[in-house]
Design a protein around this ligand. Structure first.
Ligand code: PHE
Length: 340
């Protein structure tokens, strides 16, 4: 019996198989237990001999089962460790990495440059009212300049007011001047909207507005700040700029700033060449605008400017079509985007 049981224990290759052997040997009706029961019917002499023998058998079988059980558990653990082992020498799987959109990249670049000059960042709502987008900025009622902006209007409200998608970031000038005491030095990045679409225009685009209000601010400050900006932005030692007279209702005098450039093949090179490229609008804040915001033009003056972020991104990074900026094509972003 013993050798048979030991053989079966040795052959059990799972915990369940081993348990089956244990029950058949040591369980209530197991072979060893049945033998133990025969002790009661034996004569004292027989029992004296068989008692220790059977107890020894029971103990040896129990020990063999315990040993086998430990072996099986160790083997199971080994197998698990082997299957769950991390191979640290395995090269990482190439996960697709996201890219930073050129608009975000260039906005950050512009913010960094003006932050270094002491400007704070301000923001305002995309949905504006007529007052902040036009009236307070000195657009006369029914002035064609309002049409010039190709405004997206919402349906009129009950009170007859028509909300609109802001056509420029200039309304945030108003919001800032009405709530903050000068000196003011802010830049205002944001989305802007005009009903327009071709290779260099999209219905939604991005601007960064600048506003400085202080005592005795003049055109020289405007020119100095913008030239420093262009130099840093295009990473040029020297840059030739030109201020061309222009018209904006909210600045007087107003100008557009051009930067000298030349085209070499498909590439645009700044700081050299014979051609001029317009890159921003600017001017001294109109006295009416100051008054509309409760500031005394005899005490405070200031300048403002507005740059097209998308346009600067196209120029700096040689991106040909503005419409591609907003089609969410992952291959385009893979090509023109920036690593985080
Ligand atoms: N708001 C003007 C535009 O969108 C740009 C500008 C801003 C001009 C500030 C002058 C001063 O065209």
């Amino acid at each position: 019996l013993e050798s048979d049981l030991l053989a079966r224990i040795g052959a059990a290759d799972t915990g369940a198989a081993l348990e089956e052997v244990r029950v058949s040997a040591l369980g209530k009706k197991g072979a060893v237990s049945e033998k133990m029961k025969t002790l009661g019917k034996m004569s004292p002499e027989e029992r004296k001999e068989m008692g220790p023998a059977l107890n020894g058998l029971k103990t040896r079988i129990a020990e063999a089962i315990e040993t086998k059980k430990a072996e099986l558990e160790a083997a199971a653990l080994d197998a698990r460790l082997a299957s769950e082992k991390v191979d640290v020498t395995l090269p990482v799987r190439p996960e697709p990495k996201g890219k930073i959109h050129p608009v975000s990249q260039v906005t950050e670049e512009i913010i960094a440059i003006f932050s270094a000059m002491g400007f704070d960042v301000a923001e305002g709502p995309d949905i504006e009212d007529d007052f902040h987008n036009f009236t307070a900025l000195n657009f006369p009622p029914d002035h064609p300049a309002r049409e010039m902006h190709d405004t997206f209007f919402f349906e009129p409200k009950e009170d007859g007011q028509r909300m609109l998608l802001r056509t420029h970031t200039s309304p945030v000038q108003i919001r800032t001047m009405m709530t903050q005491k000068p000196p003011i030095r802010i830049i205002i990045p944001g989305r802007t909207f005009r009903c327009d679409s071709d290779q260099t225009h999209t219905p939604m685009f991005h601007q960064v507005e600048g506003l400085v209000i202080d005592k005795e601010t003049h055109m020289g400050h405007l020119k100095g700040v913008l030239e420093a900006f262009v130099k840093t932005f295009f990473e040029l030692d020297d840059v030739k700029t030109r201020f061309r007279p222009h018209f904006f209702p909210f600045t007087e005098p107003s100008a557009e700033m051009d930067v000298q450039y030349e085209r070499v093949g498909n590439e645009v090179r700044f700081g050299q060449g014979e051609k001029w490229m317009e890159i921003l609008g600017c001017g001294m804040v109109h006295p009416n605008v100051l008054k509309n915001c409760g500031l005394d033009p005899d005490e405070y003056q200031g300048f403002a400017f507005g740059v097209g972020v998308d346009r600067l991104a196209m120029l700096k990074y040689g991106i040909p079509d503005l419409r591609d900026f907003f089609t969410a094509d992952a291959r385009w972003l893979e090509h023109y985007g920036f690593d985080a």
